[in-house]
Ligand binder design. Structure first.
Ligand code: TXA
Ligand code: MG
Length: 323
């Protein structure tokens, strides 16, 4: 069973143990502001292979390399002016930039699935301290079995992967609760590869241009991780519900009761006051809670599509996709 260290109680030991396990080429569970990551040395084939193994993840799906500072970022990626401006504005934070691989980059081809581009992110919080102490980029997908709901607490990670890894760093619930927004500059055009914890509108303001959304067919090719069925609970998922059917779990938004609620197995509200930031932070943990009731279907009431609602709806649509 994994050792769990609370970073607020024993920061020094958490860093020491993390650097020790990572140095042995083994993965650790790492708290970031978006979700908990399963992190390993991005420059070592054996370390990356163990990430894929622990997650049961298809190897054609590239990993994000996490860095602690701009100097590290620039030794692995080549920044065009727009990507640089975005990094300066939003790092550390919930933004992943797909850039060209720097010629001398030591990030292993297994982490990039052989692409000549690299997904780079500078996470906030304890994750950044770990990377800085380790001194090398960490490849880190979300710390869950492939296709399942991403973890936003150390307990989620322990339930899912606790017997497969050595160390879980516990820094409390992830503040944002949704994975990073992924963008890529291509021929001077800024493309949104995955909506996430940074609102598209904020990116557009800094970049001074519109984000190009891609059609779903392109999405499968470009960000191979964007498989249609993802973030899947055990239960079926019904979206934009306007009522609740007997035996369903209900996850609603904005404090609005739905007809039939009395017969629901459980009723959870992502944000009674209708705050999308709060809804994002609660989403994955409420999905797990609803799933744990054993309900056959989780019904979701409508979520607005503006702001962070875009990423929330994206995750829900994937959770509802045929498996
Ligand atoms: O917030 C996050 O991004 C979390 C935390 C741990 O940092 N990580 C995360 O990783 O969500 P993961 O592996 O679940 O998602 C990474 C996504 C995948 O969809 C993958 O296809 C895409 O990033 N990706 C990585 N490198 C890429 C590249 N070079 N080109 C296009 N897409 C890339
Ligand atoms: Mg994931």
């Amino acid at each position: 069973m994994a050792e769990i260290i609370e970073t607020s109680l024993d920061r020094v030991r958490a860093l020491e143990r993390a650097v020790d396990v990572l140095g042995q080429g083994r993965p650790i569970a790492l708290p970031t502001e978006t979700v908990y990551g399963l992190a390993a040395d991005a420059t070592r084939a054996d370390a990356i292979a163990s990430i894929y193994e622990v997650k049961g993840r298809p190897r054609f799906n590239p990993l994000i390399s996490h860095v602690s500072d701009m100097e590290m970022a620039e030794s692995h990626g080549v920044f065009d002016p727009v990507s640089r401006r975005l990094a300066e504005a939003f790092w550390p934070g919930p933004l992943t930039l797909v850039v060209a691989r720097a010629p001398g980059s030591a990030v292993h081809a297994l982490a990039t699935a052989g692409l000549d581009t690299l997904g780079l992110r500078m996470p906030a919080g304890f994750a950044r301290e770990v990377i800085s102490a380790f001194g090398k980029p960490l490849a880190a997908p979300s710390a869950n079995t492939s296709g399942r709901i991403s973890p936003t607490t150390a307990a989620h990670v322990a339930d899912d992967l606790g017997s497969a890894i050595d160390l879980i760093l516990d820094a409390g619930p992830a503040g944002i609760g949704l994975e990073s927004t992924i963008v890529k500059v291509e021929n001077g055009q800024l493309r949104l590869l995955r909506p996430g914890g940074l609102e598209a509108a904020d990116i557009e303001t800094v970049a001074g241009q519109r984000l190009l959304r891609q059609d779903s067919a392109g999405a499968t090719l470009e960000a191979p991780g964007m498989l249609a069925s993802h973030y899947a609970p055990g239960a079926a998922v019904r979206l934009d519900a306007t009522d609740v059917r007997p035996g369903e779990a209900l996850i609603r938004f904005g404090g609005m009761a739905l007809p039939g609620e009395a017969a629901a197995v459980i009723v959870l509200d992502l944000s009674p006051s209708g705050n999308l930031r709060e809804a994002a932070a609660n989403l994955f943990s409420y999905m797990k809670q609803a799933d744990a009731t054993g309900a056959r279907t989780i019904a979701f009431s409508a979520i607005p599509s503006q702001g962070l609602g875009e990423a929330i709806r994206d995750r829900l649509e994937r959770a509802a996709a045929p498996r």
